[in-house]
Each structure stands twice: as structure tokens, then as C-alpha cells.
Design a protein around this ligand. Sequence first.
Ligand SMILES: Cc1ncc(COP(=O)(O)O)c(C=O)c1O
Length: 432
Amino acid sequence: MSFPLDRLIAALSQTGMTRFFQKLFADYPELLMKDQTVEAVRPDRTFKIAGRWVTNFGSDSFLGLDQDPRVQEAVERGVQDWGTHNGSSRAFSSIRPNVVAEEKIAAWMGTETALIYPSVTLANQGALPGLVTRHDVVVADQFAHNSIDEGMKIAKARGVRTAKFAHNDPADLARVLAELRPYRHALIAVDGVYSMSGQLPPLREFQQIGIETDGILYVDDAHGTGVLGERGRGTVRDALGNYDNTLVVGSLSKAFSCFGGFVAGPAAAREVLKLRSNSLIFGGPVPPPYLEAVCAVVDILDSPEYERIRGRLDANVRHLAAGAGGLGLVVMGGLVPIVSVLVGAEDVTLQAGRVLFEQGYYVQSVVFPAVPHGAGVLRIQVNANHAPAQIDGLLAALAELQRVIPLPGPGAGGVIRFPAAAAGMSAASIPA
Ligand SMILES: Cc1ncc(COP(=O)(O)O)c(C=O)c1O
């Protein structure tokens, strides 16, 4: 007997995206390096995956703090002092480390307050709809992260008008806002840094437009947190010189190597968000061990040691980007510690990832729909605790890859160029 659930799953398996992936899995079982299980991890950025030890160039623990003894000890202290979980929504109670972590984040960011959510995704899905009513509108950059899109859908379902404007285009933002008039307030949502292209939004222009049009800037700086700006505070303060009329979303999962996200801004906004963010009210919080770890990371970011860690990271990124460029490859990004090498067709991109893997290096093969069709890339994530020899090793593996598979070079005819033809390649569609 077939239940409705069986029939539903069968029907969903026929949808375009599911069929695409199922065909890809069926066509390239030996090439596919996705959905793997990591069996073991060592402190030197190697791990065991798909049955072998390789150097991991697929981690967004950019500062290498996942392996820092102070952060690890903080997690242990959190377990000893508070147990594994605080056992209720923050609508009922918060534990002391939650308060301390938020105070520390605010002091480090230079904002009045911060409010921690279990992830950036849940921050965007709770805060964005929570900040507007049907009198307001939400507009977002066309390439803003998927979770901003999801937050907008929730707002829309509650009667809020939403729209997209052309990527990084102040004139189009102004046009879209003018078309949406009349409204009370407009939330203008953008990414703080588009991780794949390395592009930054024109925040000053957006802020000016916001002030002139009853708009508020809402910046998802998940990729900038910890790796851009003074002491890793991200892109916003450095670009604007202040946080006027702006809310900043930061990540506690990527460079922080912990767990969660936060919204930083004025105290009054925090109070409203606490009452109006459903993901915060109806969902569980970041567990105590990770709150202790967040405190330990902020202490590191706020110390002179940060410059040393960041110096190592920047040197590693430069080393890799220059080396890959020197091989004649099309290299993209590099502002954040993500360097992408253009390959092209989906099957070739998967194969390229496999060739590097066979030589002892794990990188992510990113293919359609995360990037435009035929514009697959090898996404290489650089960490501060990669040894220079590991970068040299990866560069040698890339040189060997070029021998096995001819890769597009900057001068190659017919190559899909970035960002023009591959402009769809934004953080919006790249899995975390
Ligand atoms: C801009 C942006 N926002 C949100 C997220 C998702 O963050 P989280 O994993 O904390 O939900 C990411 C992850 O890649 C991101 O790049």
C-alpha cells in the first residue's frame, strides 16, 4: 500500500532541481565529492574524508580558531558550568553567558547592543520580517543571501511589499523605492561582502539613499565578520564610519568557529527584535558551551594577537591567489579568504575536484545551480592555520590538474568570464 507520504516524495522527486541532482549523482558517482562524511580531524587542517587523509581547503573556520585551545577550553567550561543546553527559549530566560557574550560582541563591534540568534539564517528569517509591518516595504540586492530572500518571503506572506534591485546599483535602488511609494519605512537588505566575487556593496550611497527615502540599511555581513575591517568587525563600520540608521548581522559560525549569528544595533531595536523575531521566540537558543566560546573568540579579536592571526591569513590568501594566477588560471574573489578557480562544465568541475583530492587536497567543486550553468568553480577556502607548505602543495596539485584537464585561462576564447557572465555567482546560492 502506498501512503500519501510515499506519493508526495515521489512527486517531489520529479521536480526540476531534484531531478537535476539525482541525474548528477547517477552520472558521476565516482567524481562526486559532495555530501561526504568526515571521519576524523587533525589540528593541522587535515581530515579524513571519503576514506583518505587530505588537507582541508573547504573550511570557513578562516582564522583557524576551531583548533585554538582557548576556544576549546571555553566550550568545556561552558559544559561544566551550564550543562549542554539551557533548556528554554530566550523568551523565558537567558543564561548569564548569553548576556555577557552579547555585551562583548556589542563592545567589540562598537554598537550599542547585540542580539544573538542560533544562526544567520534564523536571524534573517526572524529579524527581517520582525522589523516591518504592512505599512513598510523590504527591498534587497538581487544577489543578497538566500536567507534574506527567505526572510522577505515571510514578510510578504504577512502583507509586506517586497522587491529586488540590481546588484550593487544605487540608482536602481532609488528607482525601486520610488516605485514602491507610498510606504512608511523601507528596509534595504544587502550582503556586507559578496563572497564569491569579492565585491563590496556601495554602503555609503545606500545609506544616503536610505536617509533620504525613509529607508534603513540592513547588512548581512556574515562573510566579513572576523576577517574584514578593524579587529575583524566586518565591512560596515569601516565603510560608513558609523552605524547610523544601520543594523548589522554578523556570523558566529564562520571566522568565529562557534555557532550562531547576531544582529548588532541600537538598544531600542534590540528590544523590539526580542518581541518580534519569531525564530528567537519560538526556537531554541545557542547552547551555553558556544556562548562561552564566543566570549573567548571576542577576547582574541580584541587583543593584539588578532593582527598576527589576520596577517597569517592574509599572507596565505595572497600566496594562493598569486600562485593560482601565476599558473594562468582564472582566479576570482580573494577579498574574503575564498579563492575560486574557474573550471567550466559541471562534469569537468567535479572531475577537477577529484583530481585535487587524489593528490591529497580537498576543495569544493561548486556547480550549477550555485553558479551559472557551465561556469563551475573550484572554491578554495584559506585558513590562517594552513601552513605555507600546504598552500605550495595545493598550487603544485593545481599545476598537475592543468596538465590533466586544460583549464580556462584569462586569455582563452569563449571562456565564461567573471563577474560579467558569471554574475549570478553570489553568496545567495552558495551553500555554507
Ligand atoms: C551572507 C550570508 N548570510 C547567511 C549565511 C548563513 O549563515 P548561517 O550558517 O549562520 O545560517 C551565509 C553562509 O554562507 C552567508 O554567506
